[in-house]
Design a protein around this ligand. Structure first.
Ligand SMILES: *[C@@H]1O[C@H](CO)[C@@H](O)[C@H](O)[C@H]1NC(C)=O
Ligand SMILES: *[C@@H]1O[C@H](CO)[C@@H](O)[C@H](O)[C@H]1NC(C)=O
Ligand SMILES: *[C@@H]1O[C@H](CO)[C@@H](O)[C@H](O)[C@H]1NC(C)=O
Ligand SMILES: *[C@@H]1O[C@H](CO)[C@@H](O)[C@H](O)[C@H]1NC(C)=O
Ligand SMILES: *[C@@H]1O[C@H](CO)[C@@H](O)[C@H](O)[C@H]1NC(C)=O
Ligand SMILES: *[C@@H]1O[C@H](CO)[C@@H](O)[C@H](O)[C@H]1NC(C)=O
Ligand SMILES: *[C@@H]1O[C@H](CO)[C@@H](O)[C@H](O)[C@H]1NC(C)=O
Ligand SMILES: *[C@@H]1O[C@H](CO)[C@@H](O)[C@H](O)[C@H]1NC(C)=O
Ligand SMILES: *[C@@H]1O[C@H](CO)[C@@H](O)[C@H](O)[C@H]1NC(C)=O
Length: 310
């Protein structure tokens, strides 16, 4: 009696299970790979005090309804993941690299640790990455900075990233417009290969340990509006090629060990609003061309060995 009841209820369960699987469209439209990747991501979270994932990523609902998950309308594949500012602790799972349709990833302002997974570079549609304000360590995986043909924006400010930038940076990241690495522990030279990111608009490498000279090739970034490399250990002269980039609006070179004189070709900087060259070892006369900068609102030259007047 008892056995047959068990077997009956087991059959009923199977029937019910099939019924629910077929009737609730959700699990059917979810691609198992995306679901598995998100579950692997969730598994790597060690603390979720706000309950963002534990309460809102329920396995009986479609992943497209999960908090912070966006899917494409047509194929119901995950296109964006925004888990910004949710007090998440843990590592960023390498299985994120299986979210083939991902275009945007925002895990900023959490407490992620460990390395950025190199698997992210498999995401051929990924355009936007914001992982700022976490505790990521180690090198930025080479593939991310050298070989992501759709990448437009990568923001990694305020982490503990270290190592050097790859010497073939920008080899195959032709769409990269924003590269923010502010406030990390990255050292070594600024690679000359950076000039291959032809569409670069905003570049911040400030508050790191970069040394060596500012590469002349930076002057080839003709769409640059922000060049922020302050608070590093940069030496040598300011390449005059930089002052040829007429799109520049903000130039921050302060708090380095830059020497030589200020290049005279400042006239080209018709859009320049802020120029910070203070706390370096600049010598010679302040070029009178500074007076021609029609858009300039902020200028700081103090703590140098400059002469002359403005
Ligand atoms: C992601 O893809 C890799 C390689 O194809 C596979 O080994 C791994 O199991 C996948 N992860 C998940 C969570 O499906
Ligand atoms: C999913 O399961 C949770 C409990 O785990 C329940 O509260 C919720 O109502 C279920 N949602 C659906 C759509 O079945
Ligand atoms: C992620 O969500 C936060 C808070 O809602 C928002 O401020 C931020 O712009 C979003 N990020 C992206 C990439 O859309
Ligand atoms: C990245 O995230 C930080 C923290 O949430 C936010 O302040 C910033 O605006 C974001 N940056 C970009 C470029 O999306
Ligand atoms: C992040 O986690 C580390 C180690 O678990 C801890 O020391 C630190 O205080 C945390 N930071 C924040 C902002 O929660
Ligand atoms: C660049 O990325 C593509 C696509 O992921 C891959 O097939 C190729 O091997 C990568 N090339 C290099 C040099 O890493
Ligand atoms: C920089 O641009 C100039 C002309 O605009 C070009 O001749 C030169 O090859 C470029 N240099 C690099 C390293 O791309
Ligand atoms: C700056 O531009 C001027 C005029 O376009 C050009 O003659 C000069 O060679 C350029 N200088 C550098 C260092 O690129
Ligand atoms: C400037 O040069 C002097 C002597 O070479 C050095 O002691 C000083 O630290 C330098 N200052 C900066 C801001 O690099």
């Amino acid at each position: 009696m008892e056995t047959s009841f068990h077997s009956f209820s087991l059959k009923l369960l199977i029937v019910l299970n099939i019924f629910f699987t077929l009737s609730s469209s959700a699990p059917l439209t979810d691609f198992t790979t995306d679901r598995d990747a998100l579950l692997a991501f969730k598994k790597a979270i060690t603390a979720d005090t706000s309950g963002a994932l534990s309460k809102k990523w329920l396995t009986n609902t479609s992943i497209c309804d999960w908090a912070g998950v966006s899917c494409g309308i047509k194929h119901q594949r995950v296109t964006a993941l925004n888990l910004s500012n949710l007090a998440l602790h843990g590592i960023l799972s390498p299985h994120l690299g299986n979210l083939t349709f991902l275009q945007s990833l925002d895990v900023s302002s959490n407490n992620f640790t460990g390395v950025l997974p190199g698997e992210l570079s498999k995401l051929l549609r990924l355009k936007h990455v914001n992982a700022s304000s976490n505790n990521f360590i180690g090198e930025i995986p080479r593939g991310i900075l050298t070989n992501m043909s759709a990448l437009e924006e990568i923001v990694l400010n305020h982490n503990k990233l270290s190592g050097e930038l790859p010497s073939d940076i920008c080899n195959n990241t032709p769409k990269l417009k924003i590269l923010f690495l502010r406030d990390n522990q990255i050292y070594g030279n600024i690679p000359t290969s950076m000039c291959k990111c032809r569409e670069m608009e905003e570049l911040s490498l400030s508050q790191n340990h970069f040394n060596g000279n500012i590469p002349t090739e930076i002057g080839n970034l003709s769409m640059l509006t922000i060049l922020s490399i302050h608070d590093n250990h940069l030496q040598g002269n300011i390449p005059s090629s930089i002052f040829n980039i007429s799109s520049l609006e903000l130039i921050y070179l302060d708090h380095n060990s830059i020497s030589g004189s200020i290049p005279m070709n400042l006239d080209n900087l018709v859009n320049l609003k802020e120029l910070c060259l203070n706390t370096n070892n600049l010598t010679g006369e302040v070029p009178k061309q500074i007076g021609h900068l029609i858009s300039l609102k902020y200028l700081s030259l103090f703590e140098n060995i400059l002469t002359g007047m403005i």
